[in-house]
Design a protein. Sequence first.
Lengths: 201, 323
Amino acid sequence: MAELRLIGQSLVLNNEAFSRIIELESLRIALLVVFLAGLSNAIGQSIVLFANEVKPRRFLASLLLASFIYVSGFLFFVFSIWLVESFIFTKNEPFRNMIKVVGLAYSPYLFSFFILTPYFGSFISVALSLWSLAAILVALNATLALSFWQAFLCSALGWGLLQLVNRTLGRPLHTLTQAGRRWVSGTKLELKVGAKHRGKS
Amino acid sequence: MIPDALSLFLILIVAFLFSGALAPFEALGWWAGWFGREREAIAKTSTSPKTTSDAKHFVIFLTGIHSVSEESFARREIALLSELRKRMPDAVILELFPYSVTNRALTGQRFFAWFWRYALKLKLSRLAFAGFIINMRNIWQVGVSADRRYGPIYNQGTAESMALALSRHGYAFASGVPVTLIGYSGGGQVAIGATPYLKEIIQAPITVISLGGIMCSDPGLEALERLYHLYGKRDRVQRLGFLMFPGRWPILPYSDWNQARANGRIQLVDMGAIDHTGKDGYLDSKQILPDGRSFLEQTISTITAIIEEKSIAPAFGLTAMPS
């Protein structure tokens, strides 16, 4: 119940939640939130799996793999923020604590499966990103005592650094994860929906 | 413990979005072959049927969002179809449930048939909430058809259901016999969405008559011979399609809708001060127009005129909708 209360508080952007999660020894809650957010996001994006006619077992395996990849992406993001806060803002918050607070700030993404909703999907996706960004700003403000704009700069620079790495050093890793996704799903994972009756007559 | 108004509102919003998030799964699961291989049925019937009908025209009626199966239970729809059959003896008029990718009635579904049968029973006994649940479920399917992510899947499914229904009634593919889809309310979107896929299967010209249809700026408009959008000035439901889909706004001249309008493939038919449904609706036989025809009679004569390619004589003629 205490965990649920923490998540509830982070959803309403209560800074107390982020101060309290740092006091906890374990990373369990933060990583669980991120993993479930990843699972929810994978369900929200599952049209690619359906379009490629992935069968139920491989579908579930693909969702799990996507969730683990999501957690890895999260860890890289936190590492980028940690580099920025350590070297630009010269704060000395341990990496572990950054995982806890940014992980909890991912709680809005628990609702990512709502991206499936017809018509409203893109709007929900953008709204969740903004909601989570707001939670990250509150988290950085609560733990690093950064002002709003400093917190914004910190997360923006962290995000920018991550994008830079993704497009350079991260390329082989990206290729590897894509290969993993294709292997688990058993398809090429192309988002192409051709006429199915063609060629069957 | 009774929730306060705000909590109740939030619960309703979450329930609304939750039902929306679940809405695409029927179409997606069907596409992925999770519910059997019904999709392959189309391949088996793609050759000409054993007994070919000599009908000059085939019409498929796609019912409104109030329905749970292809057989309309609404007495006004029954009256419309019966009159159309009487006046067009050379045409075959079929009914299809457009809110299921496999034309499977809600009351014939694998797991939730009991629920929809119960909802229909309650609706028929005038419990408004049951009607709301059915409408909500079907509105989301209209959303699935209009969604750029799911539309190509959903619309292909409904097109295949239409092709199967045509074939079972003696329609020979590639015979060139014209087909008209009449989409009432949400059926309008399903009709335009399915058109390019249906056209590819049956190799024949397809016309769509939207009866107060809620439609997006669908790429399917390009494959149509013509879309006749019959709308009443008091019909706020059909106007939702205009309000909710920016592709229909005049500020986007290159959208599929505006391109089809510019090319003359969309004809707007002003039916006068008529509502979407029920009393004062398109199918009301009691309300009388200044020219002495009932609302229903005007709708029937407009539809038959389009199908028989006669001049169209609605109350207020063919006009451009102000918005």
